[in-house]
Design a protein around this ligand. Structure first.
Ligand code: FES
Length: 319
């Protein structure tokens, strides 16, 4: 975890079936840092796990962070712990907000596509767009009406909303038709958050439809295999430290960095949080993260050193 903050649980609220919101406030009255729409924080759980949640409350909402947690049936101890053990008044260590899902506030039009608990960052974005008076609409999908969180808050945004409940409409939405009906004219930006399958399909459909302003945020890492031309062994120059190291086939880049005394900020260590983003000064990374866009991967200006490798004999990092 990077910068840490001390918080206490001010309120817990039932939001929908298996979804609880957690309102965190600063301990000792020390104000939380401000954040912008699309930001997330990490919660350090007493059982040692670190979990990442999007902020739901609007930017500029002073003195509190609001997140919502879906009790995942396949929980490895994060969401289950929070649902079963968290109590009002408990203290938690959290990270300062980070944003890998930035809102283009000046877009002529914005389409927000939410699946299930993926509504959380998009509600925050909607609230920001409402504050700015910018035009936007939402497509909100949920398994059923009772599993949909923040329905009243979404309606209160005053923007057009298309609701889709699988149990009422006989199955999942036709995302292709819904996106095709909202063409990328006048600089429209599209944002999606939700289950991995929905995001895979959003990414593919936006590419097919030529929607270049498509953005998404994943909460589970996508397994990305090493590229066929990835180097087994390569050298890394750490420019600011004045060191040159060799990453061997038996090591990850992160292991090699730590072994030489470099200590990049990390959190998830699986390529989804963005904490370890490092500037690339020379060389070609083998990107294996789920944070950067395809364009950012192609530009090779930054990389996530926790999961990525290298396609050239040498990398020079700003470290
Ligand atoms: S530590 Fe989270 S992306 Fe690298």
């Amino acid at each position: 975890m990077t910068t840490t903050l001390n918080a206490y649980v001010h309120a817990l609220r039932f939001e929908a079936e298996d979804i609880t919101s957690i309102e965190l406030r600063p301990v000792d009255g020390v104000a939380f840092p401000p954040f912008d729409a699309g930001s997330h924080i990490d919660l350090q759980l007493p059982n040692g796990l670190l979990r990442r949640y999007s902020l739901v409350n609007p930017p500029g909402d002073p003195g509190r962070y609001l997140v919502a947690v879906l009790k995942d049936r396949a929980s490895r101890g994060g969401s289950r712990w929070l649902h079963e053990n968290l109590r009002i008044g408990m203290r938690l260590t959290i990270s300062a907000p980070r944003n890998n899902f930035k809102l283009h506030e000046d877009a002529a039009h914005t389409v927000l596509v939410a699946g299930g608990i993926g509504i959380t960052p998009l509600l925050c974005m909607g609230r920001r767009l409402q504050q700015l008076g910018r035009p936007f609409e939402l497509l909100v999908f949920a398994r059923s009406r009772k599993s949909a969180a923040f329905v009243a808050e979404v309606e209160a945004l005053g923007a057009p909303v298309l609701w889709h409940f699988d149990t009422e409409q006989g199955g999942p939405p036709d995302l292709k038709a819904l996106l095709a009906a909202r063409p990328a004219q006048h600089g429209t930006h599209y944002y999606a958050c939700g289950p991995g399958v929905m995001l895979d399909s959003f990414e593919k459909l936006c590419a097919e439809l030529g929607y270049t302003n498509a953005h998404l945020e994943r909460f589970t890492a996508v397994e990305v295999a090493a590229a066929t031309d990835a180097r087994q062994s390569y050298t890394v120059e750490l420019k600011r430290m004045g060191k040159v190291i060799t990453v061997t086939p038996a090591q990850t880049l992160l292991e090699a960095l730590r072994a030489c005394g470099a200590d990049p900020a990390t959190s998830c260590e699986e390529g989804i949080c963005g904490s370890c983003e490092t500037a690339v000064l020379e060389g070609t990374p083998d990107h294996r993260d789920s944070v950067l866009s395809a364009a950012e991967h192609a530009a090779n200006k930054v990389m996530m050193v926790c999961v990525s490798g290298c396609k050239s004999d040498r990398l020079v990092l700003d470290m």
